[in-house]
Structure formats: structure tokens, C-alpha cells
Design a protein around this ligand. Structure first.
Ligand code: ADP
Ligand code: MG
Ligand code: MG
Length: 251
């Protein structure tokens, strides 16, 4: 379970998160919505432990452990996975090689045996099949020339291979066509389990037509301003974010 209490965070001396509270139990999928600039991505970066984001007050615990005391790689070892809006491109490195390094780094840190190349290949094929991903894509350099949909497939596959306890996905939705949206949604739905907590950050309700969250939280000016069930997302699609300091219409 993820517990965030009274979280305050700033970047370049500007306070962005201003007392955010959130509880995400294992086995649940929660959506974070809210107008542009409300601090959604900042929350994702703070969870990731990205440098330049300074937490000035409050706490984040993950299964009772102090997440803020861990560096980004320790967070990965603790089972935290962050998928981001702008995946990095690595020209010289085949996607398969990248995935194996990422998975083995975490296994090594956990004192688990690292995968050999053939074992990893077998595992990737199995997971890729479950997620209906074509493994041919994995021979190409990481994210280089990938379509939006391919980047999403790769992100979901990486998430599946790391078997995280906490998944955080920050989706702008802008530029995501309906196919890419479905890839993300199908992946999230396939990876739902009673041990896993998932936080899906999105500006638009559209994604939540495919991922039905257990709870929806609306952020406004660095806090959770309202929480509710999946119906809250539908309501926001009609009313927009005006009452949360955004434009009148959500889409
Ligand atoms: P959202 O994801 O909800 O659109 P963000 O977390 O990206 O919101 O941004 C929240 C606020 O923080 C915005 O007002 C934005 O301008 C500001 N902000 C984000 N990144 C930086 C930065 N690197 N330096 C200064 N301000 C930033
Ligand atoms: Mg934004
Ligand atoms: Mg954002």
C-alpha cells in the first residue's frame, strides 16, 4: 500500500505540491485527473525520486517503508515502476538488451539470480504473447523511430517484466491515438492483480473508458481536491475542470 501524507514539494523555489494526501491500497487502480498545471506530473516525478524535485514536508510510505529515503534505483528494487510520458531513446542499444539490463539490475539488487540471454528471451516471448506484443520490435534500438503505439507496447512490456508492486503511469493522452490508448489500457488491465497497486495519471477521461479505476482523485493546485468512484471521471467529462481551476471543458 502507498500512503502519501501532507506532501509538499517544490521545484526551483516554487512550491507545486501543497499538502497532498493519497492512499492507494494493494490490488487497486486509482486514477489521478486534474487540469493542466495542477501538479500531476510533479507527483509522478516525486514518486520516482527525480532530481530537482525537493520535498519540503510530508511523507510517502510504500508497504510501510519510507520511499523518500530511497534513491531511484532503491525504489525500483522495492518494486516501484514509473512509466513516463516521454520515453528515452537509446540509439546504440537494442530494446531487448535494454530490457534485460533493466530486469537483471533489479534482480541482482534483490539477490536474485540474473537471467541468461536464452532464459530472458523465453520470458520475454511469454510475456509478449500475453500482452499481444510482436517481439520483432525488440530487435530495434530502444524507442528510436518507434511509433506512439510501439513506445507504449515497450513501456507495458517493461512493466510486465519487472513485476512491480506499484506502477505509476503518467499519460498526457495528447498525441495518443485510440490504438495507443488501448495498448496502455489493455496492458494495465492485464497487469491488475491483488498484490499490485496502480496509479494512472491522465488529463482526459477517455483513457478511463478502458481502464475502470477503483477510485478517481482530482488534483487542483497541488492537492487532491476531490475523490470518488469511477463515476467522477464521467462527471468531469461533462463538467470539465472549471471548479478545479482549469478550463471549462476537459477535452
Ligand atoms: P500537470 O502534470 O498537472 O500538468 P505539472 O506537474 O507538470 O502539472 O506542473 C505543475 C506546475 O509546476 C505548473 O505550473 C508548471 O508550470 C510548474 N513546473 C513544472 N515543471 C517545472 C520546472 N521544471 N520549473 C518550474 N516550474 C515547473
Ligand atoms: Mg501538464
Ligand atoms: Mg503532466
Amino acid at each position: 500500500m502507498l500512503e502519501i501524507k501532507n506532501l509538499h514539494a517544490k521545484i526551483e523555489d516554487r512550491e507545486i505540491l501543497k499538502g497532498l494526501d493519497l492512499t492507494l491500497p494493494a490490488g487497486e487502480v486509482h486514477a489521478i485527473m486534474g487540469p493542466n498545471g495542477s501538479g500531476k506530473s510533479t507527483l509522478a516525478y516525486v514518486l520516482a525520486g527525480k532530481e530537482d524535485y525537493e520535498v519540503t514536508d510530508g511523507s510517502i510510505t510504500w508497504n510501510g517503508e519510507d520511499l523518500l529515503a530511497m534513491d531511484p534505483s532503491e525504489r525500483a528494487v522495492a518494486g516501484v515502476f514509473l512509466a513516463f510520458q516521454y520515453p528515452m531513446e537509446i540509439p546504440g542499444v537494442a530494446t531487448m538488451t535494454f530490457l534485460r539490463s533493466a530486469v537483471n539490475a533489479v534482480r541482482k539488487a534483490r539477490d536474485e539470480e540474473e537471467y541468461s540471454t536464452p532464459d530472458f528471451l523465453r520470458l520475454v516471448k511469454e510475456k509478449a504473447k500475453e500482452l499481444q506484443i510482436d517481439v520483432e520490435m525488440l530487435r530495434r534500438p530502444l524507442n528510436v523511430g518507434f511509433s506512439g503505439g510501439e513506445k507504449k507496447r515497450n513501456e507495458i512490456l517493461q512493466m510486465a517484466l519487472l513485476e512491480p508492486g506499484l506502477c505509476v503511469l503518467d499519460e498526457t493522452d495528447s498525441g495518443l491515438d485510440i490504438d495507443a490508448l488501448r495498448i496502455v489500457a489493455d496492458g494495465v488491465n492485464a497487469l491488475r492483480s491483488k498484490e499490485r497497486a496502480m496509479l494512472v495519471i491522465t488529463h482526459y477521461q477517455r483513457l478511463l473508458n478502458y481502464i475502470v479505476p477503483d477510485k478517481v482523485h482530482v488534483m487542483s493546485d497541488g492537492r487532491v481536491a476531490r475523490s470518488g468512484g469511477p463515476e467522477l471521471a464521467l462527471e468531469l467529462e461533462k463538467s470539465g475542470y472549471a471548479e478545479f481551476g482549469g478550463e471549462a471543458t476537459a477535452a
